[in-house]
Ligand binder design. Structure first.
Ligand code: PMP
Length: 401
């Protein structure tokens, strides 16, 4: 099925913005995606017609807010194919991983215990394990930007307490073989956390079939609002884990001597939550399914296949990350140009890309570069965006030559 790109774009009002008088080619989707009308309407509608605090009142608005908020949990659980009790609402991928580090890993940790990651992790899948006191061991990344599975297997050892792996690399677009890795780690009795931040908007997920112990993702990378996300955790883990944040909603009883905890997942959700965030994510998932993840994936792959040779043939440009299995991320460096200068020149042409280390400093180190420029795709991108990028890159090349 081919997408009606014009109809899709018409649903994203921000795409009509003029940038420095130019048409906007928004190619910074790995940082955050734009939001369709239906998500904007859901956020607006919540504040206009249902705004109240959840769970703690009998009045009509509180009932509306609670119903919509808890319906969002059902919607999100159905999208990921798990049960609602296994869905913990968070501020995003980062908070989900920190929750697991603090509440699952830290109490089990002995000195010298390891968390096995890959060399292409986002900082949010490295630093929380360090803060918890674990030794972080990273499996090698090949020159193409693929995970060296033999090296990963060799490092999956007796001290490995947890495997934490990015499903799709934000810097390279590489899709890691997480299902296979989960099977192998489980065969050694090691639980697995998957960082799904860059996956949920691009490929359908069936977390029950995948078998991960933990899966973290962010709403804003999937057409939903910022500052909201989801941690999936298998119910037996959630039941066994202690709470990590204390406050309202996470308790059953409170006394000065001691308190008791609410049932899962509420035990992990202290304080007034981002109610609109949950409702906005549910609307975003409705929107994704109205287009269809198979159609989204096919379209983005076609644009990636169009873009890759066109970028590769620009003199002096080097693509970083050419894995066989990848999604729509094009990271590159250009001879004689600092990535930030390149990004500014592209911006003048209306092309929005991200430049920097993309919160993957060890990966940049691996490739011996300080930074890349990164164009990353979403469903509303087309070959015209790539053409605009290529023209802008030729302009940049002439300036740097
Ligand atoms: N992991 C990956 C792979 C990411 O791309 C990002 C966001 N750039 C994160 C984790 C962190 O997500 P958030 O900032 O929404 O918590």
């Amino acid at each position: 099925m081919t997408l009606d790109l014009a109809a899709i774009r018409a649903q994203f009002p921000i795409l009509a913005e003029k940038i420095h008088g130019k048409r906007l080619a928004y190619l910074d989707n790995a940082a955050t995606t734009q939001k369709p009308e239906s998500v904007l309407r859901a956020l607006d509608g919540y504040y206009r017609h249902a705004n109240s605090n959840v769970h703690r009142a009998v009045h009509e608005l509180a009932a509306r807010a609670t119903t919509q908020y808890e319906a969002a949990r059902d919607r999100i659980a159905a999208f990921l194919k798990v049960t609602r009790e296994e869905i913990v609402f968070t501020r995003g991928t980062t908070e989900g991983i920190n929750l697991v580090a603090r509440s699952f890993l830290q109490p089990r940790l002995q000195p010298g215990d390891e968390v096995l990651v890959s060399g292409m992790e986002h900082h949010s899948n490295i630093v929380p394990w360090q803060l918890a006191g674990a030794k972080v061991v990273a499996a090698r990344v090949t020159d193409e930007g693929e995970l060296d599975l033999d090296d990963w297997r060799a490092k999956l050892g007796p001290r490995t307490r947890l495997v934490a792996i990015v499903q799709v690399s934000n810097s390279l677009g590489t899709v890691n073989p997480v299902a296979e890795m989960i099977r192998e780690a489980h065969a050694r009795g090691v639980p697995v956390l998957v960082d799904g931040a860059q996956a949920v908007a691009h490929e359908a997920q069936d977390l029950r079939a995948l078998g991960a112990d933990f899966y973290a993702c962010s709403a804003h990378k999937a057409y939903g609002p910022t500052g909201f996300g989801v941690l999936f955790a298998r119910r037996e883990h959630l039941e066994a884990m202690p709470p990590w944040h204390g406050g309202g909603d996470m308790i059953r009883t409170v006394a000065f001597e001691a308190s008791t905890w609410n049932e899962v997942p509420y035990k992990f959700e202290a304080g007034t939550p981002d109610i609109a965030g949950a409702i906005g994510l549910a609307a975003a998932l409705d929107w994704i399914e109205s287009v269809g993840l198979d159609a989204i994936h096919a379209h983005e792959s076609a644009v990636l296949d169009y873009a890759t040779p066109r970028l590769a043939e620009i003199p002096g440009l080097r693509l970083i990350g050419t894995a066989r299995h990848k999604v729509g991320v094009l990271s590159f460096v250009m001879d004689g140009a600092h990535a930030h200068d390149l990004g500014s020149i592209l911006d003048q042409q209306g092309v929005a890309v991200r430049t920097g280390h993309h919160c993957t400093m060890p990966l940049m180190e691996r490739f011996g570069i300080p930074a890349t420029a990164r164009a990353s795709l979403a469903v509303y991108n087309g070959t015209d965006d790539i053409d605009q990028l290529v023209v802008a890159l030729h302009t940049a090349r002439r300036l740097f030559a």
